[in-house]
Design a protein around this ligand. Structure first.
Ligand code: SDX
Length: 432
């Protein structure tokens, strides 16, 4: 619920005697909001395509200061979480609001490990897809299919049902993600292993085969955990807003997460990490950077500098800084610090950050600019990059859904500015 108004906006409209008094709320951090709910009763709607200046909800989970490049999860800076925490601990924090003590942490890890397997029937859903289907298409379908299971916990008003649903999703999404990869390779699915930690288990399901023992590299497992952590939540981005909107109808939570996966897939959102690698490969060599930057600045070219720019960050995306550092660490530990793609990305970043076009528009690297280089170094194919993003973002989606359902909420139903035909009479075919 919003806090008490701190002051009021008085909206006066030409030709109307009385101003409309609109309450203004100030959150614990960030930009104050004007509550425009009563405008409808006064004969007006607000108009804000793309919700550039619109707060859709109040939330306690994540705060972003785009000008300062600050990202807090339940008040903790992403840099400190990346340094000192781990992905499952952050999942607990996002869901429960506080960091776990040792006993709470151990119990949460135990519960998640107990839910990593998927129902054997779920494997049959994969068979309808071609082997070359994009894994995000498969993720949308199979995660949506989860809504056909678990009829023991479908009362979304029951906090315990919401809790078990959150645990099942956090536990099963990596298993499904790895199954998408194995299916594309024509290899058998690998069952989860409860003796491995979350990221190591994911990499084992991705790269192990039944034919021989597969040891997960601790370096790559640490990098994978860091990547999941950096993607965990990001306030009301497009896919989270999709999950909230779907959830506001009371829809099955697994179906709501599938809707979020679909929204994430777009190249303007989570699909950007795959697009960055494609862009770097298209550029190929440093000597071609100039011609590409010219295209990125030309609106008619239809191409953008992928991995740059952000609706909220008008400064460095703090995740991009951590990702760049992780990238260097991983490549050094793998002995590929001279990876040509990393060198090309660093050169491209330097040129863009010195170019007026990007500086004037406050376009900086975002979370997607370096993530693909690490994922490639880990051995994950480009078409799986957004699947990794979806896997990492799941605790954020389900925490935001849980927060909305646990508060009093209304079904989301935006209005419009209608510019079509006014009423007119139907014309029979012989009169047209
Ligand atoms: C994610 O919202 C989130 O929090 C998302 C996310 C999360 O964690 O959930 O952070 C993850 O989606 C990160 C963003 C990944 N997308 C990309 O990297 C794709 C490339 N970037 C963009 O297309 C763009 O920057 C957006 C979509 C991210 C933001 O677009 P906005 O806020 O709608 O800004 P805009 O399109 O109105 O651009 C403002 C200006 C325009 O120029 P002018 O009309 O003012 O002259 O900047 C230009 C744009 O043409 N511009 C770019 C650009 N991004 C913006 N020009 C070249 N290259 C770019 N990348």
């Amino acid at each position: 619920m919003p806090p008490k108004p701190t002051k009021y906006a008085h909206l006066s409209i030409d030709g109307e005697a009385d101003a409309i008094d609109l309450p203004i709320y100030q959150g614990s951090e960030g930009t104050p909001v004007i509550d425009v709910a009563k405008l409808g009763a006064n004969g007006y709607f607000t108009y804000d395509p793309g919700f550039v200046s619109t707060a859709s909800c109040d939330s306690d989970i994540t705060y972003i200061d785009g000008d300062q490049g600050i990202l807090l999860h339940r008040g903790y800076p992403i840099e400190e979480l990346a340094e000192g925490s781990n992905y499952l601990e952050l999942c607990y924090l996002l869901l429960n609001g506080e960091l776990p003590n040792q006993a709470q942490n151990d119990e949460f890890v135990r519960i998640i490990k107990k839910h990593t397997m998927v129902h054997e029937q779920l494997a049959f859903f994969f068979r309808g897809f071609r082997r070359d289907a994009h894994p995000m298409a498969i993720m949308c379908g199979v995660v949506g299919a989860l809504s056909a299971f678990y009829h023991d916990s479908l009362d979304i008003e029951n906090p315990e049902h919401r809790r078990i649903t959150a645990h099942r999703l956090i536990a099963k999404i990596p298993t499904i993600a790895a199954m998408c990869y194995k299916y594309s390779q024509g290899q058998p699915f690998i069952y989860p292993r409860n003796d491995l930690d979350y990221a190591a288990n994911f990499l084992h399901m991705m790269f192990a085969t039944p034919c021989e023992n597969y040891e997960v590299s601790p370096t790559l497992a640490r990098a994978m955990d860091r990547i999941f952590l950096l993607h965990a939540d990001h306030e009301q981005n497009a896919s989270t807003s999709t999950v909230r909107l779907a959830g506001s109808t009371g829809a099955n939570p697994f179906a709501c997460i599938a809707a979020g996966i679909a929204a994430l897939w777009g190249p303007a959102h989570g699909g950007a990490n795959e697009a960055v690698l494609t862009m770097l490969r298209d550029i190929g060599d440093e000597k071609h950077i100039g011609e590409f930057v010219k295209k990125f600045k030309d609106k008619d070219s239809g191409v953008r500098l992928m991995g740059f720019g952000h609706r909220v960050y008008k400064n460095y995306d703090p995740r991009a800084k951590v990702m760049q550092q992780t990238c260097k660490e991983v490549l050094e530990e793998l002995g590929v610090e001279n990876d040509p793609l990393l060198r090309l990305a660093q050169k491209l970043e330097k040129i863009a950050l010195e170019d007026d076009y990007f500086v004037q528009r406050k376009l900086y690297p975002n979370v997607d600019f370096y993530s693909g280089i690490i994922l490639k170094a880990i051995g994950i194919p480009v078409e799986m990059f957004t699947v990794i993003f979806a896997t990492g973002r799941t605790p954020g989606w389900i925490s935001q859904w849980n927060e909305m359902i646990s508060q009093s909420y209304k079904i989301g139903r935006p209005r419009q500015l209608y510019q079509g035909h006014s009423q007119r009479r139907y014309v029979p075919m012989d009169k047209r």
